[in-house]
Design a protein around this ligand. Structure first.
Ligand SMILES: Cc1cc2nc3c(=O)[nH]c(=O)nc-3n(C[C@H](O)[C@H](O)[C@H](O)COP(=O)(O)OP(=O)(O)OC[C@H]3O[C@@H](n4cnc5c(N)ncnc54)[C@H](O)[C@@H]3O)c2cc1C
Length: 368
């Protein structure tokens, strides 16, 4: 098979403006960026409720500043703040949990916005199918939700950053080619994601006594979150402390549910208006009252992530990204020979620092 020859007149395009797409864009601003959603961010998404100004993160809630890469038998450490500094990106953060975990004071989504800076991404553009034109280019067919029309873009390389099931669906909706078949065979091993259900409880005029809940606010780095692996109500974060709002007399608590709970309740979690059905209203209200001795919440906001976190990343889930592997060599060959590159948390692991550090490394070493 002939290699795809990158044509400088048709620069690569990035599909997806989540943290992966934003990192590529930060370092390669000449690449165009497309996303089906109205705003960039993907699974790094901050919600601000209009009625009361409450801010909370519905996807990722914090990041580490350090990550490591193991390549050619040598482990090198990278620091996110240094990567941002080098690229002229400023994000004001605070520590949370311990001195290596942080969150941006404007919400997690501001990481993506900060990395995109003044670059405009083509939002509300859903990639519907791909067509191979020759060994130099792909035709990408988007549907623009804003203009209600199809838009066709030619490129020498398509860089996918979507969860694998969404990529495979796109291949299925496109005319079959050997390139899709090769990627499909390769990606199937890593196509394993957990689901996550998320709920935000809000109280207009009540605040918890956090010390009595075992959370420590006197520390220099306040502990306002807790993780109980294996329990249904797995991760809890008192978001009103993270994102303080002086005019608010209330509190809000974000809960992420376990993989098992999320799998069981996923289909029925909310009605068409994304509101809890009477069954879940009762279950959640009873649960929050029992666990934290709260009054009935004044508001319940629900969200569900079908492909929340990749479970079998190619470069490992914890520790240094392992690049001295046959799988990584195979990935590079596929990228070179097909004019398609597939990146994302299925490759680096579902951690912001692994993705940013990993993409930075690939670009810095001329692999991307
Ligand atoms: C509930 C939850 C909690 C998490 N907590 C943490 C945490 O605390 N710390 C941490 O480091 N990580 C956390 N993660 C993991 C982290 O959020 C993800 O690993 C990371 O955001 C993945 O980014 P991505 O850019 O690879 O993919 P995504 O963010 O999924 O981006 C893909 C983008 O592609 C777009 N797209 C999809 N289909 C199309 C199409 N056909 N055409 C055009 N665009 C399309 C989507 O709209 C999306 O914006 C969490 C994730 C979840 C869901």
């Amino acid at each position: 098979m002939n290699d795809f020859v990158l044509n400088p007149n048709k620069p690569p395009i990035i599909i997806g403006s989540g943290i992966t797409g934003a990192t590529i864009s930060m370092m390669k601003p000449e690449f165009s960026l497309y996303d089906k959603a109205r705003y960039p961010g993907g699974r790094v998404s901050t919600k601000q409720l209009q009625e009361n100004g409450i801010r909370f993160d519905i996807g990722a809630t914090m990041f580490r500043d350090q990550m490591e890469i193991d390549w050619l038998g040598k482990v090198t450490q990278y620091n996110l703040f240094e990567i941002w500094n080098t690229n002229g990106v400023k994000i004001e953060t605070k520590s949370i949990y311990d001195k290596n975990h942080h969150f941006p004071i404007e919400g997690m989504e501001s990481i993506v916005k900060g990395m995109l800076k003044d670059k405009s991404s083509h939002q509300s553009h859903t990639l519907k199918s791909l067509k191979k034109k020759d060994n130099h280019s792909w035709e990408c067919i988007f549907y623009s939700n804003a203009n209600k029309q199809f838009v066709s873009v030619d490129t020498s390389q398509v860089i996918f950053t979507l969860p694998i099931p969404q990529i495979l669906e796109l291949f299925t909706n496109s005319e079959a080619t050997i390139e899709f078949k090769r990627w499909k065979d390769f990606l199937e091993t890593y196509n394993d994601y957990r689901k996550t259900l998320v709920c935000l409880f809000s109280w207009d005029h009540w605040k918890p006594d956090l010390n009595s809940l075992g959370l420590n606010l006197e520390n220099q780095i306040p502990i306002t979150t807790s993780l109980q692996r294996g329990e249904d109500w797995e991760y809890q974060s008192w978001e009103h402390i993270k994102y303080q709002n002086d005019s608010s007399k209330g509190a809000n608590l974000l809960v992420q549910f376990s993989s098992l709970f999320s799998e069981t309740h996923f289909e029925y979690w909310m009605d068409q208006e994304k509101k809890p059905t009477p069954f879940y209203q009762e279950m959640l209200t009873t649960g929050v009252k029992e666990k934290w001795d709260t009054p009935s919440p004044d508001g319940i906001f629900l969200h569900r992530w079908k492909y929340a976190q990749a479970q079998m990343p190619l470069l490992g889930r914890e520790g240094a990204l392992k690049l001295d592997s046959e799988e990584f060599s195979e990935w590079k060959t596929l990228c070179k020979e097909t004019g398609i590159m597939v990146l994302g948390d299925w490759m680096f692991g579902s951690k912001i620092e692994r993705i940013i550090g990993g993409v930075h490394f690939l670009i810095h070493n001329g692999i991307l």
